[in-house]
Design a binder for this molecule. Structure first.
Ligand code: C5P
Length: 234
């Protein structure tokens, strides 16, 4: 399958149409941004890590009953995915306090939450992706009640599957963000699962193995991306 036209260019990937209207090709870049585009940089090899790792995780999730956009990995950076209508929400699950949650509620990073929690943010760069609640989502017609229930249950199930999987490779899943899409009336996972979109801490040392190293200038950014790919492939 070949790329036809550039449909969308995001901060970390490009999406192309193909001759088949049911399929797109996603191409992962090494470009990195943080703080809504204020900080920019390059993480060498990131596109390859995110592409390969996401596909491994999508396969694992599919084996456990979660439908994903993955169709076929074309090469190190490119994957054929199902063409979906993206629901314009970022769905975030948190198992441990970190990042904006810690700041917002004054809870120390690393504090275990009594139960996993979910947040929705409206995908809108100009507005800075504001947090939005279930009632707002329904009021604005962003999703139906049934879709919202499906998205919520699906995201919690994805959390349980990912947590168990990462635990086996010595990684604590602190939190993550996903986007979901509609295809033929169904809601499916339509996003990457990578160090760009998840917080991963080493189980023994709490070393950060994710994009926080870039966001916070902690150094060793490329190394931890490679480390995560190595752990999920071994
Ligand atoms: O910054 P915050 O603590 O809200 O991020 C929560 C989780 O969502 C983190 O794993 C982060 O990597 C992810 N995230 C993302 N894309 C965004 C915002 C957050 O992947 N635009």
């Amino acid at each position: 399958m070949e790329k036809l036209n550039l449909l969308y260019e995001g901060k970390a990937k490009r999406v192309y149409t193909t001759a088949d209207p049911k399929h797109y090709i996603v191409s992962y870049k090494d470009d990195a941004t943080a703080f809504n585009g204020e900080k920019k940089g390059t993480i060498l090899g990131k596109g390859v890590v995110n592409n390969r790792m996401s596909n491994i995780m999508c396969r694992m999730l599919a084996e456990n009953g979660i439908e994903t956009h993955l169709v076929e990995e074309l090469n190190d950076r490119e994957t054929v995915v199902k063409a979906v209508e993206i629901v314009p929400l970022e769905v975030i699950i948190r198992n441990t306090a970190a990042g904006s949650f810690s700041k917002r509620f004054g809870v120390e990073e690393g504090t275990e939450l009594k139960n996993p929690t979910i947040e929705f943010c409206l995908k809108d760069d100009a507005l800075g992706d504001p947090m939005i609640n279930d009632h707002h989502i329904l009021a604005l017609g962003i999703a139906t009640k049934e879709e919202l229930e499906t998205m919520t249950a699906m995201t919690f199930k994805i959390n349980e599957l990912l947590r168990a999987h990462f635990d086996k490779i010595g990684v604590k899943l602190i939190d993550f963000k996903i986007e979901l899409g509609r295809v033929d009336g169904r809601i499916i996972l339509a996003d990457e699962i990578s160090p760009d979109t998840c917080r991963f801490w080493d189980k023994e040392t709490n070393k950060k193995l994710d994009k926080d190293r870039f966001r916070r200038d902690l150094g060793g950014v490329e190394e931890v991306y490679q480390e995560m790919l190595k752990r999920v492939t071994e």
